[in-house]
Design a protein around this ligand. Structure first.
Ligand code: K1U
Ligand code: ZN
Length: 167
């Protein structure tokens, strides 16, 4: 397994729309293993392939306390979305920035697993938030895009300043 480099906002590559995976093969399983290693090391509770500059529809998530419940979603699709709730979100591509985002409270998602089999999952709470956040990445959307232009400008300045200070 290898740790992958995570692209930082506002890199334009984060705005690429990911293509569906044509075949779940050894290459995709290696990508999943590398993404899981990268997510656990970061540490994060989710990671989309877009964030590691691979523009195919692959997501890994582990919202468990014990960090022992890896979930993999290949070609995910939200079949149903109900209610709305506000949750504080962060993003490994936007380090140090957290803000409140409104999303559907409960979702039903279908996807392929690492064997290429279709499954359907009902999700709520943090898992539902995380799945929606990661599917947004695959669509070329970052959570800060939901914030006001003023907040977005402040975040870009903060990240640029941080980059200057660490170079
Ligand atoms: O997509 C990402 O960048 C991962 C992101 C997922 C996420 C977090 C919170 C709400 C929605 C989506 C993160 O994992 S940010 C880091 C984080 O939240 C966390 C890290 C370690 C332990 C617990 C949480
Ligand atoms: Zn993110």
């Amino acid at each position: 397994m290898s740790r992958l480099n995570i692209i930082n906002y506002p890199d334009r590559r984060l705005y690429t729309i990911a293509k569906p995976v044509a075949e779940v093969d050894a290459r995709i399983r290696k990508l999943v293993a590398d993404m899981a290693e990268t997510m656990y090391a970061a540490p994060g509770i989710g990671l989309a392939a877009t964030q590691v500059d691979v523009h195919e529809q692959v997501i890994v998530i582990d919202t468990s306390e014990t960090r022992s419940d890896l979930r993999v979603f290949i070609n995910p699709q939200i079949l149903k979305a109900e209610g709305s709730s506000v949750h504080e979100e962060g993003c490994l591509s936007v380090p140090g920035i957290y803000d409140r985002i409104t999303r559907a409270e409960r979702i039903t998602v279908s996807a392929l697993n690492t064997e290429g089999e279709t499954f359907t999952l009902d999700a709520d709470d943090l898992l539902a938030v995380c799945i929606q956040h990661e599917i947004d990445h695959l669509k070329g959307k970052v959570f800060v895009d939901y914030l006001s232009p003023l907040k977005q400008a402040r975040i870009k300045n903060k990240l640029k300043k941080h980059l200057r200070e660490t170079m």
